[in-house]
Design a binder for this molecule. Sequence first.
Ligand code: ADP
Ligand code: MG
Length: 152
Amino acid sequence: MNHFLLKTSSPEETEQLGEKMAGYLNPGDVLTLEGDLGAGKTTFTKGLAKGLGIKRVVNSPTFTIIKEYDGRMPLYHMDVYRLEESDEDLGFDEYFAGEGVTVVEWASFIQDMLPENYLSIRITLLNDQKRSFELIPHGKRYVQLCEELVRK
Ligand code: ADP
Ligand code: MG
């Protein structure tokens, strides 16, 4: 199976992983983040934003659902937790097909609206400081991305 497992031992390491990941991303890429509250979804996204050259502070968009940031390319940061029971479509397709990278926290709540190809990242709390990151690529492009990422 094409699953890739990585671990981090601090929030800083998780940010660095996000930052590193950013180096492999292209416009139109979609990443989904799953994991309990406090797993590190937003921490990972902060690092990713840094890697995209975004200077603004990235916070969880729990109340706004979608936040857009300008960097080397745009970041569309979504937290769709509040859509759990509504299934509302906020024009996701246009973000997924846009000029930026989309990161979706709690993506399982909009599972039916996700594109065909995306990189699923499942974060598990191992203890206070340790997290495991399971990367599950959907589509060839993301298999390659994972292979490159774990190689370096
Ligand atoms: P989520 O968005 O998944 O709810 P956050 O990124 O907002 O999670 O919060 C993660 C919390 O866990 C932060 O308080 C962070 O300091 C802490 N933490 C401890 N160890 C790690 C780690 N290895 N990776 C990410 N966060 C960690
Ligand atoms: Mg969050």
